[in-house]
Design a protein around this ligand. Structure first.
Ligand SMILES: [Zn+2]
Ligand SMILES: [Zn+2]
Length: 306
C-alpha cells in the first residue's frame, strides 16, 4: 500500500516535516482547451476539487476522445459549467449525458434555452449570475457578459492556491469583466478576429460582419490584447486564446497583435497559447506549487504518529 501526502509549498504548513521525502512538484490547477472556434468549444480544468468541463460544444464523441488524449475518462468528470446555450458551446451535452450522471451548472435562462432540446436526464445545478457558489473548496464566480444569447456568463474558478478566469463570446469589454478577471494565474480569452481580415472578407455578408464586431458579437485580437494588458499582473502565467475565426484570423495574427500590447504594459512573462479547433492544447499548470510526497507504507512508522 502506498500513502500519498500533499503539502503546500506556499505557506508550507507541514512542509518542513516532509521535505525530505518529497518526490514530485505539482501546480495547483491544470487547464487544457479541448477545441475552440465556431465549430465547437470546450475547456477542461483539474484541481483538488475535481475535473470539470467548461462548455461542451464539441460532439460527445470528440469530447470523449480529446479528454482521453489528455488522460481523462469522461465518466470521471465532476461537473460541466456552461457559458451560454449556443450550439458551439453545448452541442455535445445530450449524447454525453445519455450514459453519464454529470452535474451541469448553468443559470436559469441558459437552462431554459437548452432543456427542451436535451432528451437525456440532466442533473441541473442552477446558479444565479453574479452570485458565488462553492464546490468543496472551489469557488465559482460568474459575471454577465454582452453577447447575443439568453444569459451569457464568464467564469472565475478559484481555490486557495490558484485562480482561473474565462471569457468567450463577448461583444465588448465591460467593467465587471475587468474586475472579475484581475489577479488570475491563468486566463482563457476569446480572440475571434483580426480587424483587417474581417473588413476585407468577401465571404461574409455585411450583416454578419456587423454582428461579429457589434457589442453583442465577438472580441477582436486588439480588444483581447487590451483586456489582458489591463487585467494582467505579475502572477499571470498563461493566457489561452480561443474562438479564432477560421477565415478572419490566424494564430500568428493573434500573437503578433497581442504580444506588443502586453510588452507595452510591461507584462513580459506571460505565455500565450492559441487554442485550435481541431486538437486539444497541452495542459497548462499554474497556481501555488504543491509537493506530492509518496511514502511506502513500510517507511511509515506508527510510533511517529503518537
Ligand atoms: Zn455564442
Ligand atoms: Zn461561440
Amino acid at each position: 500500500m502506498i500513502i500519498f501526502f500533499i503539502c503546500l509549498i506556499n505557506g508550507l504548513r507541514d512542509g518542513k516535516e516532509c521535505l525530505g521525502s518529497c518526490q514530485k512538484m505539482a501546480k495547483a490547477m491544470q487547464v487544457a482547451v479541448l477545441g475552440s472556434g465556431s465549430g465547437g468549444n470546450a475547456t477542461v480544468l483539474c484541481c483538488d476539487e475535481g475535473t470539470f468541463l467548461i462548455d461542451a460544444g464539441l460532439s460527445a464523441k470528440q469530447l470523449v476522445l480529446r479528454l482521453e488524449l489528455l488522460g481523462i475518462a469522461a465518466d470521471d468528470l465532476d461537473g460541466i459549467f456552461l457559458t451560454h446555450e449556443h450550439s458551439d458551446h453545448a452541442r455535445g451535452l445530450n449524447v454525453l449525458l445519455k450514459t453519464r450522471d454529470i452535474p451541469v451548472y448553468a443559470n436559469a435562462m441558459t437552462k431554459e434555452a437548452l432543456e427542451w432540446g436535451i432528451k437525456s436526464d440532466v442533473k441541473w445545478k442552477v446558479f444565479q449570475t453574479g452570485q458565488e457558489f462553492k464546490i468543496g473548496d472551489l469557488s465559482v464566480n460568474t459575471f454577465s457578459i454582452p453577447h447575443d444569447a439568453a444569459e451569457p456568463v464568464g467564469f472565475v474558478l478559484e481555490t486557495e492556491q490558484a485562480r482561473f478566469g474565462l471569457v468567450t463570446d463577448v461583444g465588448c469589454v465591460t467593467n465587471v469583466m475587468r474586475e472579475s478577471l484581475k489577479h488570475a494565474d491563468a486566463l482563457f480569452i476569446e480572440a475571434n478576429y483580426d480587424e483587417e481580415l474581417l473588413e476585407s472578407d468577401t465571404k461574409r455578408p455585411w450583416m454578419t460582419k456587423q454582428r461579429i464586431s457589434s457589442k453583442h458579437g465577438h472580441l477582436s485580437n486588439t480588444q483581447a490584447g487590451e483586456l489582458i494588458a489591463e487585467v494582467g499582473c505579475a502572477k499571470l502565467d498563461y493566457v489561452l486564446l480561443g474562438h479564432l475565426s477560421s477565415d478572419c484570423n490566424t494564430s500568428d495574427k493573434v500573437i503578433n497583435t497581442i504580444d506588443p500590447l502586453l510588452k507595452n504594459a510591461e507584462l513580459l512573462e506571460i505565455d500565450l497559447v492559441c487554442a485550435s479547433q481541431h486538437e486539444p492544447t497541452e495542459w497548462v499548470s499554474f497556481g501555488s506549487e504543491k509537493i506530492v510526497v509518496k511514502l511506502e507504507a513500510e517507511d511509515f512508522i506508527q510510533g511517529d504518529l503518537f
